[in-house]
Design a protein around this ligand. Structure first.
Ligand code: CDP
Length: 786
């Protein structure tokens, strides 16, 4: 009895991912793997124009093609009041066009056919008469008083301005700037990028004509929230809608929004009485779904001569595309951008943000970051580096001088966040030590004398993850909390159902480890289920590193509740008072007599076979966890690069990443998350760019034009760790999934600029292509030469 307890792989163990068994054998079930009898296939006709009136749509040739079952247009959708739908940020978006197209790639019509190839062929037989309109591709153009009005569908909308939002204290900030010795400034652009998950979006809608029950398999990071939105959009009763999000091949924010094709496929299934499948092609994914970033930012940092930071001023202009569709907490128009004060003890700050409509696809998804934190982190880290150069101070020294001290936590930032815990000095010092900072600086001096360009870049970030608390955070009014339901079977095995949804993060393993830690049931005995709205408790989904701080906490709490009930059963079995029973590592034992014990498995069996009189049988429960605060993971990334001044080519020499996400449930999974984020951060800094020509054509509609880093280009990462637990989280964990993508791009850019700053290069916007770096060198050369 009890000798096996040391084998329990709870928190802190590098348990291999349970889900990988099916993935590496090719036995996962993705949406496209689901096949139903009588299933039809849908293809979407997308607009080649970025802005054009639709004079007419003639579907007769397409409808006549053998195998085509139906062609759906906006007109048909409008007859069912489904031509428009609400977005997750409270705007409206066209499902299928009824008036004019507003971005290239917008959904114009859909073909439903017996075969996916017939559906695709039929798209070419739809005759659409477009009348091109002038196009707006930047938010600056959009706000020109003479700009064409993009959202003329909205009553009272007279220009392309969407929102104005401010945070912080303007007067106090102005005062701080008036008293400053020096003001460092930076104008920068965080370009549009795409999450580009390996699996594109798709759905299979099956509305049963007899029962009216809609079962929809969908690539969704937030199935419960989507079910509610679907109920509101379609008018179907919510209990009759079942969203199943099966295995998902990456999400990264791209699979949070509701896409028009989901709605059309469901409506088509309802009307036709047959299942309808839509699987997006790569180009469709790249031109029309869930972009990220696209922020024009201006920052100013007020400082004393000795380097003390006095205040921060930021203004930004967001390009939201034609429909404001990104999911941001409704209180905060630009997400949590006001975390822009970063890791610094800034007494005052003032942030002003404006959003504009353009003729581009909707953007702004939480692409591996918590609601716009990536942009904020990038701006402050670039700005601090600039300030260091202006002061003639070492960038590491300037950071260390101004970091919030570990004794200041909980720390209230100038824009109102209460940071839970941190030790920024420790993380940075470890990163500096690991990369050999002092040595690198000496080498840099020698290199400069020899005409070589060596640079060291730093970025220290503070993330804000784990939304709720519900009092501050919601999506479309749905409060952000999360849930876990735990059921212990008579044989001591367990099933855990969670409100969040894994897309590769390994929840099936780490959440089982939380149960193992709390109840002593080995992780392999805990089946974790997620993604099916019929079978899991309500939750707001997985994005923005919220799963561990919310549903992970719910899992710990419900495990503890079952443990408390288990104690009563153990006392009954051991014939002692409940007060005399203690619990450790899966055993309930009599205090002072540790050999008198019952295992959690004994207790689970007794919960169904031999429970005390008056106690409710069974051992299961559900907990909804509303966190008291967000969690604030942090870290420092240090990058060393060498730049070839002749070509602008830059090579990464070292990347050191020190992360602190509190207690690590599964260090191996955490490292995998960080590796993924670092690879994404590198890609964004080095090569990823989606841009648009003057006519609004998307340049970046395929992987030849939109460059993602492969293993070939990606540098080697060296990881370091500090552990500062979150005081309010039941197991001390903070989220981590997004941190590396948030923190690292600035480190690469800072490194390249650091290599060139003595030549006079102060700013290069991402991505740092060789051509851009070369041009920056040439520009300062020309300036210096007169
Ligand atoms: O919401 P999402 O799952 O994307 O992000 P997360 O909560 O930061 O978790 C990412 C993965 O890392 C999950 O499998 C977590 O359980 C795991 N994790 C961990 O093992 N320890 C932590 N302190 C934080 C996350």
């Amino acid at each position: 009895m009890g000798t096996e307890v040391t084998e329990i792989q709870g928190i802190g163990h590098r348990v291999k991912r349970k889900e990988d068994d099916r993935f590496i054998r090719g036995k996962g079930t993705y949406v496209d793997d689901v096949k139903l009898p009588g299933m039809l296939h849908m293809a979407v006709l997308r607009s080649p124009f970025a802005h054009a009136t639709i004079r007419s749509i003639d579907t007769s040739r397409a409808t006549a093609l053998p195998g085509v079952v139906a062609v759906v247009t906006g007109e048909l959708m409008a007859q069912h009041n489904l031509a428009w739908m609400p977005t997750l940020s409270g705007d409206t978006q066209a499902v299928l066009v009824t008036d004019k197209v507003r971005f290239q790639g917008q959904e114009v019509a859909c073909v439903i056919a017996e075969d996916p190839y017939v559906a695709k062929d039929a798209l070419e037989l739809i005759d659409v008469d477009y009348e091109a309109l002038p196009v707006v591709v930047t938010p600056q153009q959009a706000l020109d008083p003479d700009a064409p009005l993009i959202r003329d569908d909205k009553e009272g909308q007279t220009d392309n301005h969407i929102y104005h939002w401010e945070s912080g204290d303007k007067d106090a900030t102005d005062k701080a700037f008036a008293g400053a010795d020096l003001v460092a400034s930076l104008d920068t652009f965080y370009p549009r990028s795409h999450p580009a998950p390996v699996e594109t979006c798709g759905c299979l809608a099956d509305v049963n004509p007899a029962t009216g029950r809609a079962t929809i398999w969908m690539t969704s990071q937030a199935p419960h929230a989507i079910r509610t939105v679907f109920a509101l959009v379609t008018g179907l009763p919510e209990e009759n809608i079942r969203i199943i999000s099966p295995d998902i091949g990456g999400g990264f924010g791209n699979k949070v929004p509701v896409y028009p094709a989901y709605v059309v496929a469901t409506a088509a299934s309802l009307l036709l009485g047959r299942p309808v499948k839509w699987i997006e092609e790569r180009t469709e994914n790249l031109i029309s779904t869930g972009f990220a970033r696209d922020f024009h930012m201006h920052g100013e940092l007020a400082l004393k001569r000795d380097g003390t930071m006095l205040g921060l001023r930021v203004s930004l202009l967001a390009d939201e595309g034609a429909f404001h569709a990104d999911a941001q907490p409704s209180k905060f128009k630009v997400g949590l951008f006001h975390i822009v004060t970063g890791s610094y003890d800034l007494p005052v700050a003032h942030v002003v943000a404006d959003g504009a409509y353009t003729n581009k696809a909707p953007g702004g998804v939480a692409y591996r970051c918590s609601f716009r934190v990536t942009e904020a982190s990038y701006l402050i880290e670039r700005l601090v580096q600039n300030a260091a150069y202006e002061l003639g101070m070492d960038p590491a020294e300037l950071r260390l001088k101004n970091f919030i001290d570990k004794d200041q936590f909980p720390y209230k930032s100038a824009t109102g966040f209460v940071y839970d815990s941190g030790d920024y000095h420790k993380a940075m010092n470890l990163a500096l030590e690991k990369i050999g900072y002092d040595e690198l600086r000496k080498e840099q001096e020698r290199a400069r004398e020899e005409g070589r360009l060596l640079g060291v870049g730093l970025a220290s970030f503070t993330e804000v993850v784990g939304a709720g608390p519900s009092k501050d955070y919601d999506i479309l009014g749905l409060k952000m909390f999360d849930s876990a339901e735990l059921r212990l079977h008579p044989t001591g095995k367990a099933i855990l159902k969670i409100g969040v949804k894994t897309q590769g993060q390994g929840h099936e393993t780490t959440f089982a480890q939380i149960v193992a830690e709390e109840l002593g049931i080995p992780p392999e005995d805990v089946l974790v289920q997620h993604g099916d709205t019929d079978n899991t408790p309500y939750g707001l989904g997985t994005y923005a590193s919220r799963s561990t701080p919310t549903a992970g906490a719910a899992t710990a709490v419900i495990s503890r509740k079952l443990r408390d009930k288990g104690k009563k059963i153990a006392a009954h079995l051991l014939e002692v008072s409940e007060d005399d029973v203690d619990f450790a590592k899966g055993r309930f034992f009599v205090r002072g007599a540790p050999d008198k014990a019952k295992t959690i498995q004994d207790v689970a069996f007794a919960a169904y076979t031999n429970f005390p009189e008056g106690l409710e049988p069974g051992l299961e429960g559900v907990h909804y966890y509303d966190p008291p605060n967000m969690t604030f993971p942090f870290g420092t990334y240090a990058v060393a690069v060498e730049v070839d001044g002749e070509t602008g080519e830059w090579k990464v020499r070292r990347v050191v990443a020190v992360d602190d996400c509190g207690v690590r449930i599964n260090p191996m999974i955490v490292e995998g998350q960080i590796h993924g984020g670092l690879a994404e951060g590198f890609g964004i800094a080095a090569m990823e760019l989606i841009t648009f020509d003057e006519a609004g054509n998307c340049i970046g509609s395929n992987f030849m034009d939109y460059l993602l880093p492969t293993a070939w280009e990606t540098p080697r990462f060296e990881l370091g760790e500090t552990v500062t637990p979150s005081p309010h989280h039941p197991i001390g964990a903070k989220g981590v999934g997004e941190s590396a993508t948030v923190g690292s791009p600035a480190a690469y850019v800072n490194a390249v600029i650091d290599a060139l700053v003595h030549l006079g290069v102060k700013n290069i916007d991402m991505p740092l292509t060789s051509a851009k770096v070369w041009e920056a060198i040439q520009a300062v050369g020309a300036e210096a030469g007169g």
